[in-house]
Design a protein around this ligand. Sequence first.
Ligand code: NAD
Length: 292
Amino acid sequence: MQILDGRALAKTIRAELAEEVQQLKAAGKRAPHLAAVLVGEDPASQVYVRNKVRSCEKVGFESSLVRLPADTSEEEVLKVVHNLNEDDAVDGFIVQLPLPGHINEVRVTLAIDPRKDVDGFHPVNFGRMAQSMPCYLPATPAGILEMIRRYELPTEGKEVVVLGRSSIVGTPMSILLSRKGYPGNATVTLCHSRTRDLAEHTRRADILVAAIGIPEFVKPDMVKEGVVIIDVGINRVEAPELEKGYRLCGDVDYEAVAEKASWITPVPGGVGQLTVVSLLMNTLRAAKGEVY
Ligand code: NAD
């Protein structure tokens, strides 16, 4: 069994991004600029956004954070989005989800200029993805593809089983790995909460992508010998023996499944590490005008 080391890979990519920033500056251009909009005080969202801003700093990107109180009206949020769309000093931006209940997330997502949608959530980017046109890929799937590429894992003709059909992870993964080219050319099965005989599917998988949000759901009897495990889940489970009172785990029972796997991503230290890095890669592409 070998580990797909997201932490090490993220470090390598951050160094490459920092180098690119230096080159841009040497050519008289400014550093790429990512902006983030955070509405309200959701603790997880605050951590994610802080992480994104800090990652920008690490590689020499500019970043700005627009913080809005939880009772901000939808109209106000849309105004902020509009301003960011128009701001030439900003290459890309994200609106951290979830938004407070009184704000329509679909309306806000649709208001983002697809050319600045570095989260890849706008249906224009999603549609471009499905048609293999230049686009911003959502960060987590983009990170997984980068991992597959860098570790040179073969995908052609492979049986891929994706668990979970969310629009930010499972569904895009199923499209991306079935597209023409590399990483792709795989035969993909997309499983979800209504799938019958789930293990029948997972046992066929050469590559299993788990994105369902259930701690340690995938057990060794659900996979075959030599499977490649991409565990996207990030779950908090109680651990009274630890000082912080919890531990993080994936959707795969790591210790047990690792014994059968050829490659596996740990949690933490796997896919999650690449998600923010992918957002930075998208922002660099936006700054260089590589997509639109
Ligand atoms: P989600 O929570 O929106 O949806 C879960 C999906 O799992 C649904 O499509 C549902 O049909 C499916 N599902 C639920 N129970 C199932 C079951 N018993 N059998 C089969 N399928 C089942 O999904 P999400 O937003 O993609 O998140 C999934 C996990 O990935 C979560 O743990 C989340 O924290 C994590 N995540 C990690 C990253 C990262 O950066 N690594 C990014 C996004 C999400």
